[in-house]
Design a protein around this ligand. Sequence first.
Ligand code: AHR
Length: 617
Amino acid sequence: KVIKVLAKERGEKLGDLFGIFFEDLNHAADGGLYAELVQNRSFEFDPIDRKDYHALTAWEKVERGDAKAEIFVEDTYPLNEKNTNYLTLTVIEPGDGAGIMNLGFNTGIPVRQGERYLFSCYARCDTNSTKPVSITLESTDGRVYSTNEVVINSSEWIKYETILTANETDYSSRLVLTTTEQSKIYFDMISLFPERTFKNRPNGMREDIAKLLADLKPKFMRFPGGCLVHDGSLNPDDRDSMYRWKNTIGDVEKRPARRSNWGYNQTLGLGYFEYFLFCEDIGAKPIPVLPAGYDPHHQRIVPIEELQPWIDDALDLIEFANGDTSTVWGTKRAELGHPEPFGLVYLGIGNEEVGEPFFERYEYFHKAIKEKHPEIKLINSSGPFAEGSEYDRGWKSARENKSDFVDEHYYQSPEWFLANYHRYDVFKKDDPKVFLGEYASWGNTYYNALVEAAFMTGLEKNAHAVGLACYAPMLCNIDYVNWKPDLIWFNNNSVYGTPNYYVQKLFMHHQGDYTLMVETNGLQTIEAASSKPIAGKVMFAGDYSTANYYDIKLRNMDTGEEKSYDHFVLEHGSEFELDNIQWENYQLSLKAKKIDGVRGFKLFFGQSDDKNRLLWE
Ligand code: AHR
């Protein structure tokens, strides 16, 4: 029973407790938050990304009337060395127009009446002649919603741009490029963005999804993954490279396409600069996660002697985010249009890495970063939480290195979440803090949301131990599902938050600044004697809400012998074997150090349902 809330006496600061986690799975970026409407804009889709992908995925040839054309993807005279594929359109018979169309994501390209769309492409033609190309937005049966024209007039790659205003709303339209000239035209980076993006950023975010995220008022955003960060080869120039942040900044046409471990192609159009900018736009602190040169999925491990470039990536990222224009990477950020620093405070090394190679490498990162940037709070990795997993190894490493945080992940049943409301009660204040970087109960029902809410009160009250927490995964395109449940679901024209989303929102909107000291006068110590002799295994069991922690002492009154069982946590339904003893006359003392929500516990020997064997309840 709570007797006093000492409102003036402050406990732990809750700080940046509740935030969000963005990972590009379920097409969360391309075909999701990233507002680009054209799928496979640079013809870089490849079977390496997904078996059924090819360079013309999402593109179709258009031949109108008597038109006859051929389309190929080639790479002999590329736009640049990072973007080698381009489309060649050979018009043999122009008829009523020959060309290509893009099918977009989901049902097609969503256009809304009265809205403006920014078209751009790189193109060249065989000679320095002029080749008019008509650009239209059309329905699947060829009704035209908007039309404009670009005139290709050089044999060199040039960027062409125009604006299309839709005169109808259609979420299944097509972007069509046709010409009525006999010609050979080469295209690359064919792009269409809604003019209206979140905060009207160029190369920006889809407004409705971004708004739903901003509405949460998250304190931080973790990005870009997840397993997406560490699954890949060690060479940053490989098509299959791990996620290397330097590949993701600068002109979008110079960012190399990448295989995502979630089985699709990542354009990297949504890259580190955009992530930082988005964090700033929604008032969330950025929490980037970098790979540590170890791919636990395929056991690709960078030798320690070759680790320096990976550590440099971390140091350069800090400079990119926080450095001024006297620094190389600070200058780069300023050149990209953001002279002010992004205010990076937290940095994650590794995601769910289990295995010695990671912890061996983490030490090097930690030392180098703390030496140069003691102000940066470093997040170590614990692996996915499961009783008895290598998870404890992460804590050992974090304690040894004095990491600021340990990243814990768990996806569990609703019952697990209820039973673990007290999980962090016993975590120590002077240990590294917990970054609960991924968690969710299995489902998007109201019940799931409710148990997550209950669990989150357990995070709040344990601010001495838990510093950061974010639900995962966050976004899912209904037609490209890699993982469920998810916080937010969308298609190409609408988006909705799940009950779990509204729980997150509630907590983010009403996060306190401090926990308050509370005095209780509930059950603290029980002294009990039993007249029943103990004969055999002594067991201790708890029910649903008994995830408290206990000290138990048994004293043999005949011999004075004592047995103590200190500080163990009891969870729902769990039974502990204390000892195997045969005593006639003894005394039991039990101290429940926390008694929140206790429904019962019992001490017995043998079968728990045998009343005769119950020593004490
Ligand atoms: O959130 C989905 C995945 O779950 C993440 O990529 C990974 O870290 C975890 O295993």
